[in-house]
Design a protein around this ligand. Sequence first.
Ligand code: 5GP
Length: 199
Amino acid sequence: MDKGLLVVISGPSGAGKGTIYRNVIERAGMQRSVSVTTRAPRPGEVDGVDYFFKTEEQYQQMIAAGEFLETAAVYNNFYGTPKAPVFENIDNGRDVLFEVDVHGARSIKRKYPDAVAVFVMTPDFEVLEKRLRGRGTETEKSIRTRLGSAKNELSKYDLFDYIVFNDDIDEATESVLEIINAERCRVKNNIGTIKNLLK
Ligand code: 5GP
């Protein structure tokens, strides 16, 4: 490919996008984009691997220095995508995968219209609630907030290029891998290579 792909995975909290994201990174050999957040680490989360955990003051300094591709307030915390590593990767032909909320997906698509945006959803909202409860990491209030947001997020469907209904995590992962493979084969993503062959 001429350049790396920028692939965005988004969707409601609890739909399984985090698991799909990890599976795809492992199987498609993609670069991860590690986000910066002001929220507290959950048990087992590692700084620099799951997120870069920052104070609000540090975060504001990063905004002022123009270090983000996009930044959003999600559930009372800030989340943002650091810009530099993303462009370094795609300019060197490496595909980058993002897991961001719907606002993040919109900002990325605006700044980089060639980004491929995939929405991950459960088959219905009852399954979503069950998964959020099953996770055991959220308070009742946080579960209510996340469920309330889910419908609003789905209503932004026209921002997305693909939707994957996650009924079975292995099948959903497979679908995302197929999407990435198809995008890698698109003529418009291989013009440079084709022209070289024609020389
Ligand atoms: P969590 O706190 O559960 O890890 O993430 C909460 C929400 O923030 C999720 O919907 C997740 O996709 C989103 N998120 C994580 N990183 C980023 C980011 O860099 N930018 C944006 N806009 N959202 C993010």
